[in-house]
Design a protein around this ligand. Structure first.
Ligand code: ATP
Ligand code: HSE
Length: 296
């Protein structure tokens, strides 16, 4: 077991938007909305303090997602801390399609790796993706920019792609929540071959559009793999995606919803689409991914 010389670490982790249209479970992009989590090593026990998003709902014992990820990662890297005081300042909305759960997991994994003196590597991504069941959000939160995620057998992989500076996300966040687990349950086990071919071409185009030519984003963000099946969970989201796209704005459901992701060429939404019930936030792409600093 690794002894812990540091008194602790402060982790700043970005949220993310996954899928980006047809890149279901394959594409993610880190966003400039961050949770800050302090991991203070103590002489014993566990204390969890949470403020901001989710503070009324998340547990404050060992079942807290950050604690679970930290403990799993500690076991992986052979880290043994006698006790832990966790202070979470959350800005990423929960259960809205902005990668809050992946960010929480990545924070825990990054803290354990840093306290053990280890760089984040493929084993860190593997662990985070196993928590999530898919690597799109986790890879984006870990490495920043655009992530392309895939699996090989039971191994999760990802590469980072540099986003084009003209990619200017606007997220439209409704007050209602939607659980990723629930809406994954709405997906069929098979899709028509025609829709699979439609998705492959759009997902490939999305990588080009996000990294080299944002003028292609309207076509690139068109989805048939998950949005139509999940529509009953968030009809207002579906209506807004449609009206934005009809107004020429590249738009898709963010992650498993119900937030809408828009990537307008100008960075501004045009007048017209009814945004009632949605909070409009201009949110830049996070380029650096999770950051870890020693506790002062
Ligand atoms: N910072 C956090 N601390 C503790 N638990 C969290 C945190 N963030 C998310 N969670 C847990 O994860 C749940 C939300 O996960 P879920 O996968 O449904 O949505 P999401 O990650 O916000 O969105 P998406 O996966 O579509 O991007 C919360 O209800 C909470 O239980
Ligand atoms: N690809 C995932 C992202 C949300 O976690 C989904 O759509 O279910």
């Amino acid at each position: 077991m690794t002894a812990v010389p540091a008194t602790g670490v402060r982790v700043t982790v970005p949220g993310s938007t996954a899928n980006l249209g047809s890149g279901f479970d394959a594409l993610g992009m880190a966003l400039g909305v961050h949770d800050e989590v302090e991991f203070a090593v103590t002489g014993g026990g566990l204390a969890v303090e949470v403020s901001g998003e989710g503070s009324a709902d998340v547990p404050t014992d060992g079942s807290h997602l950050v604690v679970r990820a930290f403990r799993a990662a500690s076991e992986l890297v052979g880290l043994d801390v006698p006790g832990l005081r966790l202070t979470c300042r959350n800005a990423i909305p929960h259960a809205r399609g902005l990668g809050s759960s992946a960010a929480a997991v990545v924070a825990g994994v990054a803290a354990a790796f840093a306290l053990a003196g280890r760089e984040l590597d493929t084993s860190a991504l593997q662990l985070a993706a196993e928590f999530e069941g898919h690597a799109d959000n986790a890879a984006a939160s870990m490495f920043g920019g655009v992530a392309i995620a895939w699996t090989h057998g039971d191994r999760f992989h990802a590469v980072r792609v540099e986003p084009h500076p003209g990619v200017s996300p606007v997220v439209l966040v409704p007050a209602v929540e939607s659980s990723t687990k629930t809406t994954r349950g709405l997906l069929p086990s098979k899709v028509p071959h025609e829709d699979a071919a439609f998705a492959v071409s759009r997902a490939a185009l999305a990588v080009h559009a996000l990294s080299a030519d944002p003028s292609r984003l309207l076509d690139a963000l068109d989805d048939r793999l998950h949005e139509p099946y999940r529509e009953p969970a968030w009809p207002a989201t579906t209506r807004l995606v449609r009206s934005l796209r009809e107004a020429g704005v590249p738009a898709a459901v963010s992650g498993a919803g119900p937030t809408v992701l828009a990537l307008p060429a100008s960075g501004e939404l045009p007048p017209g689409p009814d945004l009632t019930g949605f909070e409009v936030r201009r949110t830049p792409v996070d380029l650096g991914g999770v950051r870890v600093a020693p506790l002062g």
